[in-house]
Design a protein around this ligand. Structure first.
Ligand SMILES: NC(=O)c1ccc[n+]([C@@H]2O[C@H](COP(=O)([O-])OP(=O)(O)OC[C@H]3O[C@@H](n4cnc5c(N)ncnc54)[C@H](OP(=O)(O)O)[C@@H]3O)[C@@H](O)[C@H]2O)c1
Length: 201
């Protein structure tokens, strides 16, 4: 989904550290960026292993310096991962006196739930115990330039559908370029048209 964003940033001259488990996909991405002004730094790591994730982020910072920009999507089943990334990115920026990094958190469509939007950003994880993790995440954000991107849905001829990868990539690139604190790719209203609700999930 965010592959095109990694290539866009590489084309803009960034060294883009990309985390995924499968080495073949990372190698292909790295090759696709050859000849661009920046490049892909492939990190083969399972972010559900917190120790491995910390080590991977620390190594990338040691090699290339503090992050200036983070685009983070992780599975809801691993809520700790984003807090770990934010905390290390922030720590490195503070220690080096660098400009705080911009942290774009990419959230699924359920983050557009009108109840969450009313209650505030800490309320999106409903699973037991994850509120504490969410609170820790927001602590880790202290000093970080936090941005939120919600992946909504599209309505065409009265029928709702998910965004395509291309729509997501151009929405994320637009958010990086225009830099609003919050953006929605597609729409989250009318809420009852969310395909996830309509599928009964
Ligand atoms: N609202 C919308 O319109 C919309 C549209 C499309 C997608 N989405 C949502 O966006 C999410 C991502 O979609 P996608 O198509 O990009 O999914 P995907 O193909 O499963 O990609 C997820 C990426 O994360 C990596 N990954 C997954 N688990 C990992 C782990 N434990 N450690 C490290 N890397 C991990 C995967 O690489 P490896 O497998 O190599 O680890 C892959 O690069 C999904 O939740 C999907 O439902 C929403």
């Amino acid at each position: 989904m965010l592959r095109g964003v990694a290539l866009y940033l590489s084309g803009q001259g960034y060294i883009v550290s990309v985390i995924a488990r499968r080495k073949d996909g990372l190698t292909q991405l790295e090759q696709d960026a050859v000849g661009m002004s920046g490049r892909i730094d492939p990190i083969a790591c399972d972010y559900s292993d917190s120790t491995a994730l910390r080590h991977a982020i620390d190594s990338a910072i040691a090699a290339y310096g503090p992050f200036t920009l983070v685009v983070a999507w992780t599975r809801e089943s691993v809520p700790r991962a984003q807090g770990i990334i934010a905390k290390l990115a922030n720590k490195a920026a503070v220690e080096s006196g660098a400009t705080p990094c911009r942290f774009f958190r990419v959230l699924g469509s359920m983050a557009g739930d009108p109840v969450r939007l009313r209650l505030g950003k800490g309320a999106e994880f409903k699973a037991e115990g994850t509120r504490t993790i969410e609170a820790a995440f927001h602590q880790a954000l202290d000093g970080i330039a936090y941005r939120e991107i919600i992946l909504g849905f599209r309505i065409e001829s009265g029928v709702s559908r998910w965004n395509t990868h291309e729509e997501i990539q151009s929405g994320v690139i637009e958010a990086i370029e225009r830099d609003p604190p919050e953006s929605i790719i597609g729409a989250v209203t009318p809420w009852e048209m969310n395909p996830r609700l309509r599928a009964g999930r």
